[in-house]
Design a protein around this ligand. Structure first.
Ligand code: AMP
Ligand code: MG
Length: 358
């Protein structure tokens, strides 16, 4: 299959380009498109054959359910058995936006889209390209992140092409996405809302609306292989670069000291060492490691004073280490603030929960 790349204006997408992409979706094909979180790999959410194609293109286990994307509130009713009051409150606060809700599904939604579950995940994105495509297709669009299963999610069209060239019909290139981390997922089928995956909309922001919010254990730590978490995708190793990533956590001076000694050891052994730092900390590593060997790949992920920059660049940085072919990676830790929960959730998964406390 030849993958067509079509550039599209991210603010005012050209109608004829959106139509061309929508026709592919209507015909059962696959189109990758930008959302405000990451690039999605879209197919008709109501067509079992389209979901099978999505799983095949991603190499994704078919018990890992897909999120159905809608553009208008009127599209929600037909997909779900009921709309609980908690959902109404959350939708009013955060739709359109980077928040996914889990509902009991209606019979309209095929189980191939929901990984065999009786529930369905629904999100209304705010990105103009995503909204125009969903409207033009006239159906909800199932869209997991447009990466090969286990790779970091794509935040630009070039990342999608790296993973999906020849596997899907089209990539709508609407430039770099804004947030750079996947949506917050909240299950509203129980007595209290449950946070399944943190995102740009943080645990604190949801707790401000629901003091009784519960947090699914799967979003906090590693899952055993035989566990049955609420969000099945959580049991798989996700967002992983090819080299082992180690997070060093603690007081900043001690963290930098530890990272330097680990990097020095690797470099001395002739390894290529990737290091995730910030604008603020880069000079420290540069000064200390300048004479330690030429295998150092020191990458700035963003600024401590702007956590959004760290979220925005994280997956691109993880991918860049694959391209550079590093042997081991060390990262500082980025807790705190609105985005700390989401950033650390992804970074820990990428590290396979390999964390050193100093
Ligand atoms: P992605 O497609 O990579 O953004 O991730 C989709 C994730 O949404 C899955 O891996 C699940 O964790 C979650 N999800 C989707 N549908 C459901 C559902 N019905 N119940 C619980 N979690 C879901
Ligand atoms: Mg994904």
């Amino acid at each position: 299959m030849k993958t067509r790349i079509l550039k599209v204006d991210e603010k005012e997408p050209q109608a004829e380009r959106i139509e061309a992409a929508a026709k592919i979706i209507k015909d059962g094909g696959l189109v990758a498109f930008p959302t405000e979180t990451v690039y999605g790999l879209g197919g008709n959410a109501l067509d079992p054959e389209a979901s099978r194609r999505i799983y095949a293109a991603k190499g994704r286990p078919s018990d890992n359910p897909l999120i159905a994307h809608i553009a208008d509130f009127a599209q929600l009713g037909p997909l779900v058995a009921e709309i609980p009051e908690a959902a109404q409150i959350l939708m009013k606060a955060y739709w359109p936006g980077p928040m996914t809700l889990i509902f009991q599904k209606s019979s309209l939604v095929p189980k191939s889209t929901t990984g065999g579950l009786a529930t369905v995940a629904v999100r209304m994105p705010s990105h103009p390209v995503a909204r125009a495509l969903i409207r033009a297709a006239g159906v909800p669009i199932a869209a997991p992140s447009a990466n090969l299963s286990g790779r970091p999610s794509p935040t630009r069209a070039a990342h999608v092409l790296e993973d999906m060239d020849g596997r899907i019909d089209m990539i709508l290139d609407g430039g770099e996405v804004g947030i750079g981390l996947e949506s917050t997922i909240i299950d509203v089928t129980g007595p209290e809302p449950a946070l399944l995956r943190p995102g740009y909309i943080s645990e604190d922001m949801i707790r401000a609306l629901f003091a009784g919010l519960t947090v699914d254990a799967a979003s906090l730590g590693p899952m055993s292989p035989d566990a049955h978490p609420k969000a099945p995708g959580m049991k798989y190793r996700h967002y992983a670069p090819k080299a082992q990533l180690t997070i060093v956590r603690g007081e900043m001076g001690a963290v930098q000291e530890k990272i330097c000694s680990l990097a020095e050891r690797g470099l001395k052994d002739g390894k290529k060492v990737g290091l995730i730092c910030t604008q603020e900390s880069r000079p420290v590593y540069e000064a200390r490691l300048s004479g330690a060997g030429d295998g150092l790949d020191l990458v700035i992920v963003g600024s401590r004073s702007d956590a959004a920059s760290i979220a925005h660049n994280l997956y691109d940085v993880l991918r860049s280490f694959d391209t550079a072919g590093v042997d081991e990676i060390y990262s500082e830790s980025f807790e705190g603030g609105q985005l700390g929960g989401a950033i650390m959730n992804r970074l820990k998964k990428a590290a396979g929960y390999h964390i050193l406390d100093v």
